[in-house]
Structure formats: structure tokens, C-alpha cells
Design a binder for this molecule. Structure first.
Ligand SMILES: [Zn+2]
Length: 93
């Protein structure tokens, strides 16, 4: 589940040609999601996620959960909704 978008600031240092240390900061946009499997909140950088996935039309799974296991369960639910039979024992003629 998509929750919100925030920005985080990261601080970096670089050394100049005169050996001076310069501090600089970079701002990153971060998406906050809640895992649809376990409910835990997690963050993803906006640059790593396509922008259209920051919505509730998609499911989001955290890195601790198995995304393939979640997709299997969701597939079963959707087949029941659309009444698609995926049985291997049923013979179609
Ligand atoms: Zn999870």
C-alpha cells in the first residue's frame, strides 16, 4: 500500500584539488509503502521505482517477505474473481 512521498537529504564530502574538504548535500525523493503481506512500513527511493507504481492500484511487498509467494496468493484470488479455471485435471475439448 502506498502511504506518502517525502524527501531525504544525504550529506557527502569531497576533497578538492587543494585538499580542502567540501561538504555537499543531495536531496532524494522517497516513497513510503506498507507491505501488503506483513503490514510493515518500508521506504524505496523514487529513482528506483517507476512513478506510476506509487499508487494503490499496485501491491507492494517489503524485502523481508517473499514476493513470489505473495503473487501466487494474489493470482488465486484474482482467478476466483474473474472465474478463470487454472485446474490441470479438467479436460477442455
Ligand atoms: Zn512484508
Amino acid at each position: 500500500m502506498y502511504i506518502k512521498t517525502t524527501t531525504s537529504i544525504r550529506l557527502h564530502q569531497r576533497k578538492s584539488k587543494l585538499d580542502n574538504i567540501h561538504n555537499y548535500k543531495r536531496r532524494h525523493t522517497v516513497y513510503h509503502f506498507a507491505c501488503d503481506e506483513c503490514g510493515q512500513q518500508f521506504m524505496r527511493e523514487a529513482s528506483k521505482v517507476p512513478q506510476h507504481r506509487a499508487s494503490n492500484t499496485f501491491n507492494h511487498v517489503c524485502s523481508d517477505c517473499d514476493v513470489h509467494r505473495f503473487a501466487q496468493k494474489t493470482g488465486v484470488k484474482m482467478r476466483r474473481i474473474y472465474k478463470i479455471d487454472a485446474s490441470s485435471t479438467k479436460v477442455k475439448l
